[in-house]
Write a protein that binds this ligand. Sequence first.
Ligand code: NAD
Ligand code: AKB
Length: 327
Amino acid sequence: MSADKILVIGSEGQIGTVLSHALRDTYGIANVITSDINQPRKSVIGHFEKLNILDGERLLAIVRKHKITQIYHLAALLSAKGEQNPRQTWDVNMNGLFNVLEVARQENLDKIYFPSSIAVFGGQTPKKATPQFTVLQPETMYGITKEVGEHLAQYYFKKFNLDVRSLRYPGLISYQSLPGGGTTDYAVDIFHKAVKGESYECFLEPDTYLPMMYMPDAIRATIELMNAPLDKISMHYGYNVRAMSFSAEELAAEITKHIPKFEITYKPDFRQKIAESWVENMDDTYARNDWGWQEEYDLPAMVEDMIVNLKRINKQGSSEYDEKMFL
Ligand code: NAD
Ligand code: AKB
């Protein structure tokens, strides 16, 4: 493992802040280089490179400078932000991924991680126990870029032997970092209001079910997938991975077990239509059989952990990401 040198692209985002920390724990601070179009927060440790992923030459220079062997490519515009600027979403999500794959091919990198999403599914996809291989037909630009990205990942593996791996993440819930413009963001925002003793106005209908996952499970799934032997990886499309599914009213009910005065109201907006085009829960047999995926957090365990940690962070007087949050 000591020969691995990792570049995380999009390290300032919801996943990047937590994943970079976990990778540094595994590979050592000096072996994980973080990068983002935005400057890092002051408390981020380790080496950081400012990078717009659309600048392929700078990406190549960074890979050569640090002798990178693996890239975790997280930079993207998510579903809700993506619908506000579809063209930029295509550009960042597709050309950014293309730059990563091309540099990885030219420089003969060992492995690439590219996160896909439940956004690859569309209104024609079976909603329950959604199979790995099924009709996709995504209805957002974000989902379209994720579906094409999955095809590119499989293509680069077959054609160039580049080991690209991918997960179809559900909506991710974390206390360490805030989400960056998705449809599942309500399931994080709600906690920030609840622990402050405030009510929450939800932008989805009360009974819309979506697949969700707690960040510790998502980070573990990512690292387990990347560390699995190649002969256990039966495909380089995004693996379905399941942890929990709930509606906003079910989440609110679970929160009120800890914060009885918490109240939720509903004012659905354009994100409702996006959520309705996604699925309720996925069949993730391939992930379980191929590389042993098993979630740890269900809804009650996730809610309890979120509230405990957000209360602790609020008490420390810090609402922003900070290395201290991981202690
Ligand atoms: P985020 O929006 O929180 O973070 C994305 C990061 O990418 C940001 O720090 C942003 O500054 C950076 N970025 C944007 N444009 C860039 C560019 N041109 N060059 C370099 N950096 C750029 O997103 P996230 O939630 O951390 O998601 C990371 C990845 O995981 C994305 O590919 C997303 O599609 C995928 N994903 C996330 C979720 C989720 O619930 N968070 C679910 C499914 C898939
Ligand atoms: C979003 O809502 O856009 C993301 C995702 C599920 O990909 N959280």
